[in-house]
Design a protein around this ligand. Structure first.
Ligand code: NAD
Length: 288
């Protein structure tokens, strides 16, 4: 039986979410997506117009299919949390009456598929990411934590009950949680630290309650849409290339493969782990 996977945080074919979906599809999983509401329209029209067809190509020559694409905004847990100005916003109103909050997504997925096996959290947002922590507002800091860390807690809370025992969750984190990475601001470093700590606590709680595993991948730099918004991604890629034990550019596919492993029965005893997929850069003390 093919595993059923819900991948949150795909809006084009450039990021880690896409690469994870693709690695899961290669392994025979059935993929549904949760796409951020403001990006939904453009994603669906690009998909329809064949813009992603080259990246959809699987090794057997077929194209990766998404069985369903759900509108999602992971900063809201249930309809009561959605402010009036968001609910009435053109794009959000166009998302339909089945809702886009995390609990509604889980409910919609359950109605369409019953129980699922895999959830992927490949999303982050920090409105003040370009500001140093010394200049970050409370609002910006809390927004980063809400979109980038609590969103994962919320997903495990809401999707846990609709997951089969033996299922697994994975998220994406970054080294800035544990080492100083100047430029990764706005409370995003704090959000990643929270996400990593929550990975351990959720592994325990959801492991006991739902028999599912929870892991996170600390990925090296990739020139995704989100990363380009931070502004220094090209420098990070160059730095990693020059200083990591393995001197090559990180491919999203490599993170996709590691995620597919963590989400598969091959990793049945791996939970609460932070796995580095970064060409080993994290292990360096002094750059050489
Ligand atoms: P990306 O732009 O492909 O993915 C981020 C996604 O988050 C986008 O699709 C965006 O639409 C979505 N999103 C933002 N706010 C949302 C919300 N409120 N609700 C639902 N979706 C929302 O970029 P990416 O770099 O592949 O990012 C994926 C994950 O990888 C993130 O957690 C990021 O922090 C992490 N990561 C990235 C790098 C890197 O260098 N690119 C390195 C380490 C970790």
């Amino acid at each position: 039986r093919g595993k059923k996977a819900f991948v949150a945080g795909v809006a084009d074919d450039q990021g880690f979410g896409w690469a994870i979906a693709k690695a899961l599809a290669e392994a025979g999983a059935e993929i549904s997506l949760g796409v951020w509401v403001p990006a939904l329209n453009i994603f669906e029209s690009n998909l329809r117009r064949g813009k992603f067809d080259a990246s959809r190509k699987l090794s057997d020559g077929s194209l990766m299919e998404f069985v369903k694409v759900y509108p999602m905004d992971a900063v809201y847990d249930s309809p009561e949390d959605v402010p009036e100005e968001v609910a009435t916003n053109k794009r959000y109103a166009a998302a339909g009456d089945k809702g886009f909050t995390v609990s509604e997504c889980a409910k919609n997925v359950e109605a369409d598929f019953g129980k699922i096996d895999i959830i992927v959290h490949s999303l982050a947002n920090g409105p003040e990411v370009t500001k140093p922590l010394l200049e970050t507002s409370r609002k910006g800091y809390l927004a980063a934590i809400s979109a980038s860390a609590y969103s994962f807690v919320s997903m495990v809370q809401r999707f846990g009950p609709i997951m089969n025992p033996g299922g697994a969750a994975v998220s994406l984190t970054y080294l800035a949680s544990e080492k100083i990475i100047p430029g990764y601001g706005g409370g995003m470093s704090s959000a990643k630290a929270a996400l990593e700590s929550d990975t351990r606590v959720l592994a325990f709680e959801a492991g006991r309650k739902y028999q599912i595993r929870v892991n996170t991948i600390s990925a090296g730099p990739l020139g995704s849409r989100a990363a380009k918004a931070i502004g220094f991604i090209d420098d990070m890629i160059r730095y990693s290339y020059a200083n990591a034990p393995i001197q090559k550019e990180l491919e999203a596919r490599e993170v996709g493969n590691a995620a597919a492993f963590l989400l598969s029965p091959m990793a049945s005893a791996v939970t609460g782990s932070l796995v580095y997929v970064d060409n080993g850069l994290n292990a360096m003390g002094l750059a050489m």
